[in-house]
Design a protein around this ligand. Structure first.
Ligand code: GDP
Ligand code: MG
Length: 683
């Protein structure tokens, strides 16, 4: 493939560089990694540089000969790619990818603008190449003027500004190629005088602060090779070039090989063109060129790119399959593990050739992204699992089948099962290294299970209370109304007795005797078998009593209206007045008899008026609920009476009204009775 102009006459970096790389390397420059080399050449114009490169590397740089007229070739930095080196073994020995930079400057005689280009080109070549071929005629050696030493001084200077305070063992090989070396002066003395010249140039350099003590050899390795006269000894020339070629391919022969690991810039090839472009931009704009920083920048950029690519394909695979596996934990775990491995492998394959620290930093970042995604996924999975397990818990506890065990036992057992299942699943994710710390997750689930248990317990309690209250209040209602409708003097003793019996009969099965802390005494406490705390149990008991009292109160007050009391009294009166001991209706003989019976019946009736207007036992104690009623109970009351004034059934005014009504009615009865005597005597 033909060379391209990497940097043109206008000093622009070619936008075709990237596509050039992918063409050279068959699209997949990522697979080349670090296994490539960069070589540059410079020296005066028309010193045979391009000719040498073409013979050595089978490249097709323009040479003067190839041009129709003997005019200058196109200025700029040219880039060619080769995998073939001309060696003593073969004219096209295959090697790793080599990129060759051919610097086409201007004639040494020209000045000004062109010198600027030479300088920049040198800086660039040093920044990107492993081997710098310095091309010169034998006659140029020893002549400072007109030879390459001026340019070399520049190279050394810029090199110092680049690597002056270097911290690594990076070096560049300066490979001096002496052209038209006919052998009059042996190479050994030529290289000796060149070395002397170079050392002198180095010591004369204006060294920046901190670099005064540096030596030429801290930065460069030197090698010298002479080539026969191309025109006069063409065969020897070709042979010499081939020998040179050997040193580019025999990497095992470390003494003679031109490549060394510490010449390499350690950037994978796919990062190289970005690195080269960055370097050129800095050089072109006369900015400080800090190569290590440039390398890190490229490494950052490239590893980021690789990370994104790896993560994107990770997400595509993830989205493609997650819905299929999300409901099956075994499949899910395998899927997540495989996907993570694949993603990291993809990243590692391409990124591990970049700066170690940058590579590792980005790898961590990638892992975090994966972990974050997985936390979401596993979170969703565990959330669904939680919901399922809690429904399972509810179903098991509420199931009618297992009612032979107490609710408490069922709840404890089922909660333990559910907790164990959840913990096991979390552990599975952990041992698959898909989940980090699980403390929080487990705590949260435990809390949810507790909340659920609490809810279920409350529900069960509510159900139980409703059932108990219903039975208790029905019994209280029946018995109380029965007693109220036929009141006796000990009415309240009986009502309270029945009331207390009803409660205790219904709560018997929940009662337990507890020995008091002092000793042998026992107190009754209640356990509703729902796993409630002592306090909750006692609250529930209190609620039952409150409800019972509330029922009793409602029944009593609803039943004992003024009119009802009047009719109760009236009936009691009538029973005594109208009927004799054998329940036979009386027949009156005279008024005297009537008045006597009236007085007795009235007294008999009024005997119960006291207990119907004020609830008192025969011990003369007012009936008061033996349990404090809650605030709500007061508010719920509609009748306006107060529970602590339970006993006060009627006020004075009402009592007056009742008595008046009663009197009127019995007086009428008496009147009727007296009339009946008259009627009898008349007929
Ligand atoms: P560049 O400008 O340095 O790239 O030089 P070229 O490769 O274009 O060659 C310039 C001229 O020098 C051409 O006419 C070549 O034939 C000639 N030339 C190339 N190599 C040699 C050599 O080794 N010895 C001599 N004497 N002439 C050479
Ligand atoms: Mg050339």
């Amino acid at each position: 493939m033909d060379a391209i102009q990497l940097i043109d006459e206008e000093k622009h970096f070619s936008q075709d560089a990237l596509s050039f790389f992918s063409q050279c390397t068959g699209q997949d420059d990522q697979d080349i990694g670090l296994n490539y080399h960069v070589i540059s050449v410079f020296g005066s114009q028309s010193s045979g540089k391009s000719t040498l490169l073409n013979i050595l590397f089978n490249t097709t740089f323009d040479t003067m000969d190839a041009q129709v007229k003997r005019q200058q070739t196109t200025k700029g930095i040219w880039l060619a790619h080769t995998k073939e080196v001309n060696t003593t073994q073969s004219p096209k020995a295959t090697t790793s990818d080599i990129f060759v930079l051919d610097v086409e400057g201007s004639d040494g005689s020209e000045r000004g603008e062109d010198q600027d280009f030479e300088r920049k080109a040198a800086l660039f070549a040093i920044a990107v190449s492993e081997v710098l071929i310095v091309n010169m005629w034998e006659q140029q050696i020893g002549l400072y003027q007109g030879n390459n030493m001026g340019l070399l001084k520049t190279v050394f200077e810029v090199n110092l500004s680049l690597f002056g305070t270097k911290k690594n063992d990076h070096k560049v090989l300066l490979l001096f190629v002496i052209r038209d070396h006919v052998g009059v002066t042996p190479m050994s003395s030529l290289s000796e005088s060149l070395t002397n010249e170079l050392e002198k140039v180095w010591s004369d350099l204006n060294k920046p602060e901190g670099t005064e003590e540096t030596s030429l050899y801290d930065f460069f390795d030197l090698k010298f090779v002479g080539l026969g006269h191309k025109l006069l000894q063409n065969e020897k020339f070709i042979e010499d070039v081939k020998k040179m070629g050997d040193s580019f391919i025999n990497k095992d022969d470390t003494a003679n090989c031109y490549f060394k690991p510490n010449y390499h810039h350690m950037l994978p090839l796919e990062g190289w063109s970005m690195y080269a472009e960055n370097c050129w931009e800095q050089i072109e704009h006369n900015k400080d060129l800090d190569l290590p920083t440039q390398q890190i920048l490229v490494a950052r950029f490239k590893t980021e790119e690789i990370l994104n690519e790896a993560f994107n394909s990770f997400m595509i695979d993830y989205n493609d399959s997650i819905s299929v596996v999300i409901n099956d934990k075994t499949k899910l775990i395998t899927f997540l593990q495989d996907l993570k491995k694949k993603c990291l492998r993809e990243y590692d394959n391409h990124a591990n050739r970049y700066n170690r620290i940058v590579y590792e930093e980005k790898r961590k970042e990638l892992l975090e992204k994966i972990t974050e995604q997985y936390e979401d996924t596993i979170g969703t999975f565990l959330e669904d699992l939680s919901t399922d397990l809690l429904s399972q818990l509810e179903a098991e506890v509420s199931s009618k089948k297992s009612t032979k065990d107490s609710f408490k036992k069922r709840l404890t057992e089922s909660s333990n099962i559910v907790l164990e299942q959840f913990t096991q699943t979390v552990k599975l994710f952990q041992s698959a290294e898909l989940l980090g710390d699980s403390q929080e997750i487990l705590e949260a689930f435990k809390e949810r299970t507790n909340d659920k248990s609490k809810g279920l317990r409350q529900k069960a309690l509510k159900l139980l209370l409703t059932r108990l209250n219903k039975t208790i209040s029905a019994t209280i209602k029946d018995e109380t109304i029965h007693l109220l409708s036929n009141p006796e003097v000990d009415l309240w003793d009986q009502i309270i007795l029945r009331f207390e019996e009803t409660i205790s009969v219904n709560l018997e099965r929940f009662e337990i005797d507890q020995t008091t802390s002092e000793g042998n005494d026992t107190t009754k406490i209640f356990d509703f078998q729902l796993g409630l705390s002592e306090q909750e149990n006692s609250d529930a008991y209190k609620k039952i009593c409150q409800a019972a009292w509330s029922t009793l109160q409602t029944i009593v007050h609803d039943y004992l209206k003024e009119d009802t009391v009047v009719s109760i009294l009236r009936e009691r009166f009538d029973n005594k007045f109208r009927y004799d001991e054998n329940d036979a209706p009386r027949l009156w003989k005279n008024e005297e008899e009537i008045d006597k019976a009236f007085a007795i019946a009235k007294e008999h009736a009024l005997e119960v008026f006291t207990v119907l207007s004020l609830a008192k036992t025969t011990d003369n104690i007012e009936v008061v609920p033996d349990i404090s009623m809650s605030e709500e109970e007061y508010e719920d009351e509609e009748g306006g009476y107060h529970i602590d004034r339970f006993a006060h059934l009627f006020n004075e005014l009402q009592k007056e009204k009742i008595l008046k009504q009663f009197r009127r009615q019995i007086n009428l009865t008496v009147l009727d009775s007296k009339r009946s005597i008259i009627t009898t005597t008349t007929h």
